[in-house]
Structure formats: structure tokens, C-alpha cells
Design a protein around this ligand. Structure first.
Ligand SMILES: Nc1nc2c(ncn2[C@@H]2O[C@H](COP(=O)(O)OP(=O)(O)OP(=O)(O)O)[C@@H](O)[C@H]2O)c(=O)[nH]1
Length: 392
């Protein structure tokens, strides 16, 4: 009786959360993060349990076969949904239909050769294996594709290991005691459905949490990154500097403004699309040439900022020279099969600074130096401090 009531509540739970997942997936235009597939998984399991309530556990009519196929289809759907959550573009309907077809055929074969007991044992065994595969994938994911979600993956692995163990126990009990092991009044069935009900309550909020995490991570990136070049934007740079100067050991920094020369001419001659490629190339060269860890940002248009951290004025000037030279030697293949495009940059270097609030002041210094560089003929480095002799 207890297990039957729990099963009924579990049905309602699964179907309600199926609707909720579907609504969430409709709101997630573009990347649905697999929510529509999780909705399908819940629907399959909810309907399977509803059929079980109607026909009884050991039903060997058509309804029992459909129930088993749907029960097995649910974890397959969850696994496909998880793959989509981790950006694997897996198909859903075809694999599910294939599993349904194959499993129904296997059920018919087992039923007519070995009987109902073997068919139930097969379901418990297949579910245990599927859940075991999920636990292994989750443990592997913690070390590879889901490194940033270790805590969440651990929770999922522990919860799914529980249902894997219960299915394995069910298999052993069916093989040992036959169909009476499936009696809804038995202690085992009560434990089984209490645990399933616990999963049905705990897992959906965990799923919603994962989606929320993904969305907030994406928002954070969008708020701090320049979409064209993937470099930081001004807000991202401020956050980086805040973090850097919070450290007690942080030394002085210098700000470099890098401005592409005659960029308007590149746009006018080769088109805006080519101009965008040049911006991307300059961004790559800056990243490859500057020291690892030095924040680089696109200020807007054809202006970039590089913050050289923990550096003396001579070093900052030398870095600016290195950047200027690397950019003047780099090429962007032309879309229209003409000669590759080259560009030069003029760089203004600020005086040293040691706190993030100085950003506006050092920007002005570097900007004034940049202006002098443009006035003096471009493709050069100017600094806000006294000219330094460059090493031979
Ligand atoms: N392709 C492309 N062009 C942009 C973008 N943002 C700004 N621009 C263009 O960049 C050009 C900047 O021109 P100017 O400010 O006159 O500078 P410049 O031609 O590089 O001249 P100097 O800096 O004096 O050497 C303008 O034509 C803008 O339309 C962008 O995201 N993509």
C-alpha cells in the first residue's frame, strides 16, 4: 500500500517536472541545454509508472511490455539530454526509437522462451547497467568535460549509484525469489520507491541549478568580453586589475594603448569584413606576444589596451616595441585573393601605476603619448615618461 501511494506521487512529480523542463527549454532559445530531452525522459518514466499503477507490477499483457520499454527509455533519454547539456549535438529520436524497438523485441523473445520472471530480471539488469554507465561517465566527466562542475557531478554520481545498486539488488532478488520479489507490499519495493521518490524530488532542482549556473557563467563572459576578438572589454579589464592589485605582492604596472594606423583606409579599401579580420589578427598577435597573465582588452574600434604587470618602465617600452614589430610582420590573408593585408600600429605607454583607480589617469597619459606617435608619422612607440635608450 505504502509503495503504491509513493508510486502515485512519483508519477505526479515526474509529469509536473516534465512540464517544467519543457517550459524552461522553450525559454532557452538557441541552446536548450538538453532540457527538452530531460522533459521527454521524465514523461517516459512518469507514464511507465502510471501504467504500472494501472496494470500491476507483474503484468504480462501488452501494457507490461510498453511499461518496461518506457522504463528503459527514460535513462537513455536522460543520458542523451546530459550529452546535449555538455554541448554534444547528439540525435535523440532515432536512438530512442532504436532502443525501444530492440528492447521490445528482446522482451518478446525472453517472455516466450524464459517467461515473465526473466523479463523482469532483464529490465532490472539493463537499468543497473545503464545507471552504472552513467556513474562512470560522470566520474570521467569530473576529470575532463565537466571540470568546472565537480561538486555537482559528485552529487549526481552518488545519487545515480544508489539507483544502480537498488536495480542490481532487484535483479538478484528476482532471480532468487521469483515474481513475489516484486510484491508492492514487500519491504524492498517500499525502499525502492521511497528512493525513486527521493530522486524525483532532488534531481530536478539540481538540473535547474545546472542550467542557472550555465546561464550566469555565459552572462558573466558576455559582460566582460569583446565579442569580435574574444579579448576583455573595459569592464573585464577593471575586474582583472582589481583582482591583481588586491594582492600584497603586486608591483607597478604600465598601460599600453595600441592603435591600428589608418584603419579607416583598410575598411574603405577591403571592406568592413576584412577590417574585422584585421582586428582579430591584431588581437591574436597581442595575446601571443605579451606576457602570459598581462590583461589585454579591446577598448573599442581599432584601439586595444595591454596592461604590462610587475614591470619597470624600460621593460614596458621594450614590450611595446616587441608588439609593434610583431604586428607589422603579421599578415591577414585577403578574402578576395589579393595580396595579404598588413597593418602597423602606434603605441602610447603610460607612466607606472599601482592601483585600479588610476586607470582613467594612465589612460589619458597613454592617449597623449599615442597622439604624439600619430603626429610623428605613426608605426612607433611613444611613452609618457622620459625617452629611454633602447638596448642595442
Ligand atoms: N571593421 C571594423 N571597423 C571598425 C570597427 N569599429 C570601428 N571601426 C572603424 O575604424 C575606423 C577608425 O578610423 P579612425 O578613427 O579615423 O582611425 P584610423 O583610420 O585608424 O586613423 P589613425 O588612427 O589616425 O591612424 C572607422 O572607420 C570605424 O568605422 C569594427 O568593429 N570593425
Amino acid at each position: 500500500m505504502v509503495a503504491t501511494v509513493i508510486l502515485g506521487m512519483l508519477c505526479v512529480h515526474l509529469l509536473c517536472f516534465s512540464t517544467m523542463f519543457l517550459l524552461i527549454s522553450k525559454r532557452l532559445d538557441g541552446n536548450r541545454m538538453g532540457m527538452e530531452v530531460f522533459a521527454l525522459g521524465n514523461l517516459l518514466l512518469g507514464v511507465a509508472y502510471a501504467l504500472q499503477l494501472v496494470g500491476g507490477v507483474a503484468d504480462h499483457r501488452a501494457i507490461g511490455f510498453i511499461n518496461h520499454t518506457m522504463t528503459l527509455g527514460a535513462p537513455v533519454a536522460y543520458a542523451l539530454g546530459a550529452a546535449r547539456f555538455f554541448n554534444r549535438p547528439v540525435p535523440v529520436l532515432r536512438p530512442l526509437l532504436a532502443v525501444a524497438g530492440l528492447y521490445t523485441a528482446a522482451q518478446l523473445l525472453v517472455q516466450f522462451t524464459l517467461g515473465t520472471q526473466a523479463r523482469h530480471a532483464m529490465l532490472a539488469g539493463a537499468c543497473a547497467l545503464l545507471f552504472l554507465a552513467m556513474v562512470v561517465t560522470l566520474l570521467y566527466g569530473m576529470r575532463s568535460f565537466a571540470k568546472d562542475m565537480r561538486a555537482e557531478m559528485t552529487v549526481f554520481a552518488v545519487l545515480i549509484a544508489g539507483i544502480c545498486g537498488l536495480n542490481a539488488a532487484k535483479l538478484v532478488m528476482i532471480l532468487h525469489s521469483g515474481l513475489p520479489a516484486l510484491d508492492m507490499n514487500s519491504g524492498f519495493q517500499t525502499v525502492f520507491y521511497v528512493y525513486m521518490s527521493f530522486l524525483g524530488t532532488v534531481l530536478p532542482p539540481c538540473m535547474v541549478w545546472l542550467v542557472l549556473r550555465r546561464l550566469t557563467d555565459e552572462l558573466r563572459v558576455m559582460a566582460t568580453q569583446d565579442p569580435l576578438t574574444g579579448l576583455l572589454n573595459r569592464r573585464g579589464l577593471m575586474a582583472c586589475l582589481d583582482m591583481h592589485f588586491r594582492s600584497r605582492t603586486a608591483g607597478n604596472a604600465h598601460l599600453l594603448i595600441v592603435d591600428i594606423d589608418h584603419f579607416k583606409r583598410i575598411n574603405d579599401t577591403h571592406g568592413h569584413q576584412m577590417g574585422d579580420l584585421v582586428l582579430g589578427r591584431v588581437a591574436q598577435v597581442l595575446q601571443a606576444t605579451a606576457r602570459k597573465g598581462d590583461p589585454i582588452c579591446r577598448l573599442g574600434g581599432e584601439e586595444f589596451l595591454v596592461v604590462a604587470l610587475d614591470i619597470e618602465p624600460t621593460g614596458a617600452f621594450q614590450l611595446a616595441e616587441r608588439l609593434r614589430e610583431a604586428i607589422s610582420h603579421s599578415e591577414v590573408p585577403s578574402i578576395s585573393a589579393q595580396d595579404p593585408i598588413r597593418c602597423t600600429v602606434t603605441i602610447g605607454v603610460s607612466k607606472s601605476f599601482s592601483h585600479p583607480q588610476a586607470l582613467d589617469a594612465v589612460l589619458q597619459q597613454a592617449d597623449a603619448a599615442l597622439y604624439r606617435g600619430k603626429e610623428s608619422g605613426r608605426d612607433r612607440v611613444e611613452s609618457a615618461f622620459a625617452p629611454l635608450p633602447l638596448p642595442a
